[in-house]
Design a binder for this molecule. Structure first.
Ligand code: F6R
Length: 609
């Protein structure tokens, strides 16, 4: 997730307008920033790594000349957050500049073709191929307009993009286009704006034109022209009046970041499915060779590791050890060695406990692999190989979208490993790969169809003093994560156990009306889980079950149930099954009068041990 912005002004300098608008998009990414303007047929660029304020202090982002320009605030996906990788990127001649939000999946092939034709690349980004492709199209056919050159270029791209392009050859225009990354146009009498999100231009205009996937827009002082990318046909669309306050705008109309981020999960999961094969293969190579593999993390990231240990075991027949990072040194510090591989998982890449475990393992020559949402974080610097989880910045303190993204990435690594080790038949691999591709839509369906129901369940149980969360097998991880969410933002003490373990002690807590949440995918443990539900029911517990659609047996036993679509493979089940529990925690917090975005005593990144 990055932020793009552009403006064409009747009067005045574009640079301070771009700067102010990028500040309002900073929640989309903040590891580097850049601007380009056009003036007297020349291009002027400033860009650097760092937060917008830091870069402004060093370079003064406001003094670029000209009334037209584009800008970008970055959240690195391909290429570390360095000046050279910051947007805008330019072609070989330095006459065309471009900003991009999204992922170009086929950039490796495109880059090779372009290099063979003599293009020289400066950065490690996927984005830079787009601007060289535009140049290439214009080299072949110099009479094409910028709009037509961009149209021809984007037909060659696979993946997601919202782009804005300027060129000295047509210095009065910005051409932008979108596919699966957001793009909106702001309109007033004196200016046109393009941006990733409405908040970017909200103080400048309340009139917005929403651009759809597969559309290209040309902005100039003459107005805006929207075309369909497929056949270049013109589209007419009237601007809408946006009546959001600036605070609502940053949250895109949602009351809290947490619920916005829960709703972003289908898109984040789609992004994880665009990871480069090469990195996934590399990540799978080391566990395959290691004598022992530890999955090390804290909090929600640890729960993702716990689920992943079932994935590695069931798919690749590989035993891995999930370890809570703060315990790693005590438990394994003396035995970890050159034959050990540590997969450290950390959304922030800066968690002190995780980094301490990694440090200890590094000193003993173990191989460190990193999975993180923050490219450029300490974890990426100390890992032999790392992979980005592609979730974009998460503002709500409670991890939601980053959890499901971590699970999706680790499922893909486990599948690669299974293939390498020849443990899964081709048919099963194809089936699992197909279901993984469908997960973004499945998660979308759950949010669309179950949110209201979960809200009602939260209303019903808002006074409950304690909650139980139970699941078997991989759903144990889902149960632990559901409990953590509820405790940390709704302040409801909660207990989670593997369901089979509850009769060894915790069941003594049950008394009439005690809410027990069961996670019930239709896997091999389903029958046994029904037994566990009966045990609880017999003692008067109120059963809240998360079930697969049409699971009549559990529906009949439960006091309340939430449904997820059926036919989800067991190893992937934590991704859809956690969604209702994230919603439950969110609505419980709201019902109980707490702000879910800022739970007391907690910080987003825990940098102390
Ligand atoms: C819970 C939560 C925390 C983090 C934990 C690890 O919602 O956000 O439990 O998961 O502090 O953080 P990272 O993944 O940044 O290492």
């Amino acid at each position: 997730m990055c932020g793009i912005f552009g403006c064409v002004l009747k009067e005045g300098n574009a640079a301070p307008v771009i700067h102010g608008s990028l500040k309002r998009l900073e929640y989309r990414g903040y590891d580097s920033v850049g601007e380009v303007t056009l003036h007297n047929g020349q291009i002027f660029i400033k860009k650097d790594q760092g937060k917008i304020d830091e870069v402004h202090k060093l370079h003064n982002l406001d003094d670029l000349p000209g009334n037209i320009g584009i800008g970008h605030t970055r959240w690195a996906t391909h290429g570390a957050p360095l000046q050279v990788n910051a947007h805008p990127h330019v072609d070989c001649s330095g006459q065309i500049a471009l900003v991009h939000n999204g992922i170009v999946e086929n950039f490796v092939e495109l880059k090779l073709e372009l290099e063979n034709r003599g293009h020289v690349f400066q950065s490690k980004t996927d984005t830079e191929v787009i601007v060289h492709l535009i140049e290439d199209v214009l080299n072949v056919n110099p009479s094409l307009s910028l709009t037509d050159a961009v149209l021809e270029t984007i037909k060659k791209l696979c993946g997601s993009y919202a782009i804005a392009v300027v060129s000295t050859k047509e210095p009065d225009k910005i051409v932008c286009a979108r596919n699966e990354s957001p793009l909106v146009i702001g309109v007033n009498e004196n200016a046109l704006y393009c941006a990733s999100d409405i908040p970017a231009f909200l103080p400048l205009t309340k009139k917005a034109v929403i651009i759809d996937d597969g559309e290209l827009v040309t902005l100039s002082l003459k107005g805006l022209e929207i075309r369909k990318i497929a056949d270049s046909s013109l589209v007419t669309r009237e601007p809408k009046l946006i009546d959001w306050t600036p605070e609502m705008a940053v949250k895109q109309g949602y009351p809290h970041f947490m619920i916005k981020e829960i709703h972003e999960q289908p898109d984040c999961l789609r992004n994880t499915l665009r990871l480069q094969e090469h990195y996934l293969d590399l990540m799978a190579t080391f566990p395959d060779r290691a004598r022992e593999v530890f999955l090390v993390a804290c909090g929600t990231s640890y729960h993702a590791c716990l689920a992943a240990s079932y994935m590695f075991s069931k798919l690749a027949f590989l035993a891995t050890y999930p370890v809570i990072a703060s315990e790693f040194i005590e438990q394994h510090g003396k035995s970890v060695n050159i034959d050990s591989t540590i997969l450290a998982v950390s959304q922030s890449g800066e968690t002190a406990d995780t980094l301490a475990a990694v440090n200890c393992a590094r000193q003993r020559a173990a191989t460190i692999l990193g999975l993180t949402n923050a490219i450029g974080s300490t974890l990426t610097r100390v890992s032999r190989v790392y992979i980005g989880q592609q979730s974009g910045p998460e503002i709500g303190v409670a991890a939601t979208k980053t959890f499901t993204s971590q699970l999706s990435v680790m499922a893909q690594i486990a599948l690669r490993l299974a293939k390498k080790r020849g443990k899964v038949s081709q048919d099963e691999m194809d089936y699992l790969a197909d279901r993984l591709q469908k997960l973004p839509d499945i998660v979308k369906t759950i949010i669309e169809t179950q949110e209201e129901k979960v809200k009602q369940i939260a209303k019903k149980y808002k006074e409950a003093k304690t909650f139980f969360f139970l699941g078997r097998g991989i759903s144990t991880a889902t149960a632990y994560e559901g409990r953590l969410k509820l405790m940390e933002i709704a302040y409801v003490p909660a207990i989670a156990f593997p369901a089979g373990e509850s009769k060894h002690g915790p069941i003594s807590l049950i008394e009439p009306g005690f809410p027990v949440v069961f996670i019930c995918p239709k896997d091999e443990a389903h029958k046994t889980l029904i037994g566990n539900i009966m045990e609880m029911k017999a003692r008067g517990a109120s059963i809240i079950a998360v079930i697969e659609e049409g699971d009549e047996e559990i529906k009949n036993l439960a006091d309340d149930y939430i449904e997820v679509p059926k036919d989800i493979p067991e190893v992937l089940s934590p991704i859809p099954f956690i969604i209702p529990l994230q919603l439950l925690a969110y609505y419980m917090a709201v019902e109980r009068g707490f702000n879910p975005d800022t739970p007391r005593n907690l910080a987003k990144s825990v940098t102390v041990k």
